[in-house]
Write a protein that binds this ligand. Structure first.
Ligand SMILES: Nc1nc2c(c(=O)[nH]1)N[C@H]1C(S)=C(S)[C@@H](COP(=O)(O)O)O[C@H]1N2
Ligand SMILES: [Mo]
Length: 326
């Protein structure tokens, strides 16, 4: 296994880092076998908790039953998943978030529900965690920059929360507003993006069972650099749709103005569905480099339509011209 250390940026072998990912992989195989044999859910959960990295508080979850939610790809090693990050509030280098999150305060936390909804209001994180049972999901994640990861998230379908707050019939889109605190996020105020970082989904995308409101990674609460304490994960879209550290969810009748679309509308559309046939104006989107697999001789992978989730989400875009609605 090749690991980039924070200090020197060099890539060297760190054999001790192999273990968590391998153990995790074995655990998943065990879970699949146990599942096929019909073993008790309690036993599965007990097993699930034994192999978390142990760096953060545990967030127990059952294996998701949602169609497509458990990719069989090998999860990206914990170390890579928690050090190679995009979180521009903490800097634009991949290693900046993990270096700079020290003063980021993620507790107490609450999320404001706003706009075209019957039950607006502020929900404390503790209550948000209880809206639905936690599920483990293994998602392929594809960054618009051309790399991908496989992430074992913990959370529940966003639709569970949406049903709870009862959107009005006039609500057509959901907007996600994230924290922008210049005191604890050193790059808020920099001119790379306009802050706060905002993302959005069409209502049917937000209601799709694969759209995950995420609280954990690798069986533990989210590390700060991965968007603690609550973020979004929409696995068939480019990574930038997955707003981190959400503070507001707003229901609207207008397509939200999103951070990357505002920054460069010709490069980042509202939909941002993973599509190997629609190139970014400055580079191809046909292939990807999977983080953790990057040896000198490792071939790039072919990027799949809707990141491999076409069977589950293709019908959401039936009849749309995806070269125009990119
Ligand atoms: N608030 C906020 N959310 C964000 C970003 C960001 O800069 N700020 N970057 C996005 C991008 S480009 C990606 S690829 C993913 C990365 O998530 P990860 O670091 O957990 O892999 O977060 C997304 N969510
Ligand atoms: Mo990204």
């Amino acid at each position: 296994m090749l690991i980039k250390t924070l200090e020197d940026g060099f890539v060297h072998p760190v054999p001790s880092e192999i273990t968590p990912a391998q153990v995790y992989q074995n655990r998943r195989q065990w879970l699949q076998q146990a599942g096929m044999l019909g073993l008790a859910a309690a036993g599965l959960e007990a097993q699930a908790q034994t192999v978390r990295p142990g760096e953060l508080p545990p967030l127990p979850a059952k294996v998701s039953g949602v169609a497509g939610a458990m990719a069989t790809d090998t999860p990206t090693p914990y170390r890579d998943a928690t050090t190679y990050n995009n979180f521009y509030e903490f800097g634009t280098d991949k290693l900046d978030p993990v270096r700079n999150v020290k003063n980021f305060v993620t507790s107490p936390w609450s999320v404001e529900i706003e706009g075209l909804v019957k039950k607006p209001g502020r929900i404390n994180l503790e209550d948000l965690l209880k809206v639905s049972a936690m599920e483990e999901r293994i998602y392929r994640m594809r960054c618009v920059e051309g790399w991908s990861m496989v992430m074992p998230w913990v959370g529940y379908s966003l639709s569970e929360l949406i049903k709870r707050v009862e959107p009005l019939g006039s609500a057509k889109f959901v907007e996600f507003v994230t924290l922008a605190d210049p005191k604890t996020m050193p790059y808020v105020g920099s001119r790379v993006l306009s802050w706060p970082y905002v993302e959005g989904l069409r209502m049917d995308e937000a209601m799709h069972p694969l759209t995950l409101l995420t609280f954990g990674l690798y069986g533990e609460v989210l590390p700060k650099q991965n968007g603690a304490p609550v973020r979004l994960n929409v696995p068939w879209k480019y990574g930038f749709k997955n707003a981190k550290s959400i503070v507001k969810i707003r229901f609207t009748d207008k397509q939200p103005a999103t951070a990357w679309n505002k920054a460069a509308a010709n490069e980042y559309g509202f939909y941002s569905n993973v599509n190997p046939n629609v190139d970014h104006p400055r580079w191809s989107q046909a292939t990807e480099r999977r983080i953790g697999e990057d040896g000198l001789l490792t071939k790039k992978r072919k990027t799949l339509m809707f990141n491999g989730y076409e069977a589950q989400v293709g019908q959401l875009y039936a009849g749309m011209d995806l070269t125009k609605n990119f």
